[in-house]
Design a protein around this ligand. Structure first.
Ligand SMILES: C[C@@](CO)(OP(=O)(O)O)[C@H](O)COP(=O)(O)OP(=O)(O)OC[C@H]1O[C@@H](n2ccc(N)nc2=O)[C@H](O)[C@@H]1O
Ligand SMILES: Nc1ncnc2c1ncn2[C@@H]1O[C@H](COP(=O)(O)OP(=O)(O)O)[C@@H](O)[C@H]1O
Length: 304
C-alpha cells in the first residue's frame, strides 16, 4: 500500500462558551442553546482500505477508549458502509488521540466526524455539507459541530449548527484532571438539581461580545448550565476553577460535561502565567494552552 492510499483527517476539540440546558424531553435528550468554539487541540484519523474493519488507537487516554463496534469512529464507518457502496469491504482506522477522553471536549465526536470525512474522500461519495451533517447528527449531538468548527450556535440537541459571526482570537488554558465524567451521568444530575431546566436562549450579550471581538465582555458572559451538576459529582473541580481565577484568568468554566476546566485569558502572556500557576496545582494531570476559533475537520493533504 502506498502512503497516497491513506486519507488523513485532523479534527478539533470544542469548548462550550454557552451551554444553556432546557428540561429533559420525552426522547431522553435536553433541548440546548449552545455556543461551540473549536480550539487547536486535535485528534487525527487515518484511513486506508482493508478486507475488514480494524481499529488502532494511539496517544492520550487510549486505555479508556473502546476498540470494538462501540467506538464512534467504527460506528461512523459502519453507518456509511450500510448506506453506500464502498470500494473495499473494510478499512483500517488509526486514531491518534490528543483530545482527553470523557473530558467534555467531544473527542469521540471529533473522531466520528473525521471518519465520515475520511470515508467520503476515500470512497469518492461526494457528500455535501448537509448530507455529512445529517449522518453526523445520527452518531451524536456534538458530531455536526466537529465538522463545522469555528464558532457556532447549536440548537435542538446541539446537532443543528449555524456559524456565528465573530472577530478575534481567544487564548485559553485547559486544565485536565484525573478520570473522566460521563455525559449521561452529568445530564442525570442536572435533572435532579434543576428539574424544570433552564432557559435555552443564548444570552444576546455573548453574541454581541463575539461580534465585537471584546474578550473581556465575552468572559463575563460565559455560561455552563451543566457546571453545577459536574461540580456536584466532582467537587474537587471548584479548587481548579478558583486557582485559574487567582492566577489571572478573565473567567474559568467547566468545559461541557467536564471535568476539563477552561480558562479564558486576556492575551497570550496572561495565558502563559495562568498555565504556569496551574501546573503546580494538585489534582491537575495536564495543562495546555490553546487558541480558537479554528476550522472543523479537515483532510491533510501531505503524506502520512
Ligand atoms: C454535554 C455536551 C455539550 O456539548 O458535550 P460533552 O461536554 O459531553 O462533550 C453534549 O451535549 C453531549 O453531546 P454528545 O456527547 O454528542 O451526546 P450524545 O452522544 O448525543 O448523547 C449522550 C447522552 O447525553 C445526554 N444528552 C445529550 C445531548 C443532549 N442535548 N441532551 C442529553 O440529555 C443523553 O443522556 C444522551 O443519551
Ligand atoms: N473514538 C473515541 N474516542 C474517545 N471516546 C470514545 C470514542 N468512541 C467512543 N468513546 C466513548 O465515548 C465516551 C465519551 O468520550 P469523549 O467524546 O472523549 O468525551 P465527552 O463526551 O466528555 O466529550 C468515552 O468514555 C468512551 O467510552
Amino acid at each position: 500500500m502506498t502512503t497516497s492510499a491513506v486519507v488523513r483527517v485532523r479534527v478539533p476539540a470544542k469548548i462550550n462558551l454557552a451551554l444553556c440546558v432546557g428540561p429533559r424531553a420525552d426522547d431522553g435528550f435536553h433541548p440546548l442553546g449552545t455556543v461551540f468554539e473549536a480550539v487547536n487541540l486535535f485528534d487525527e484519523v487515518l484511513l486506508w482500505p482493508a478486507d475488514e474493519v480494524n481499529l488502532n488507537i494511539v496517544g492520550e487516554g487510549v486505555d479508556a477508549v473502546p476498540v470494538g463496534p462501540e467506538n464512534l469512529a467504527t460506528k461512523a464507518f459502519a453507518l456509511l458502509a450500510a448506506r453506500y457502496t464502498l470500494p473495499a469491504p473494510g478499512v483500517h482506522l488509526e486514531i491518534r488521540k490528543s483530545i482527553p477522553v470523557a473530558g467534555g471536549m467531544a473527542g469521540g465526536s471529533a473522531d466520528a466526524a473525521a471518519t465520515l470525512l475520511a470515508v467520503n474522500e476515500w470512497a469518492g461519495l461526494g457528500m455535501d455539507a448537509e448530507e455529512l451533517r445529517s449522518h453526523a447528527a445520527e452518531l451524536g449531538s456534538d458530531v455536526p459541530f466537529a465538522l463545522l468548527g469555528g464558532v457556532a450556535l447549536g440548537t435542538g440537541r446541539g446537532d443543528h449548527v449555524m456559524p456565528i459571526m465573530q472577530r478575534g482570537h481567544h487564548h485559553w488554558v485547559l486544565a485536565f484532571s484525573e478520570g473522566g465524567l460521563s455525559t449521561p451521568a452529568v445530564y442525570g444530575r442536572f435533572d435532579e438539581l434543576v428539574p424544570d431546566g433552564r432557559d435555552v436562549d443564548v444570552p444576546d450579550a455573548m453574541i454581541d461580545a463575539l461580534a465585537a471581538g471584546d474578550v473581556e465582555h465575552l468572559a463575563s458572559t460565559l455560561r455552563n448550565d451543566l457546571q453545577e451538576a459536574a461540580l456536584d459529582l466532582r467537587p474537587d473541580l471548584q479548587k481548579i476553577l478558583d486557582a485559574g481565577q487567582r492566577a489571572g484568568a478573565l473567567a474559568g468554566i467547566v468545559s461541557g460535561s467536564g471535568p476539563t476546566c477552561a480558562f479564558l485569558c486576556r492575551n497570550e502572556d496572561a495565558a502563559v502565567r495562568v498555565s504556569a500557576a496551574l501546573v503546580a496545582e494538585p489534582g491537575i494531570v495536564g495543562v495546555r494552552r490553546v487558541h480558537g476559533p479554528v476550522p472543523g475537520a479537515k483532510i491533510i493533504r501531505e503524506h502520512a
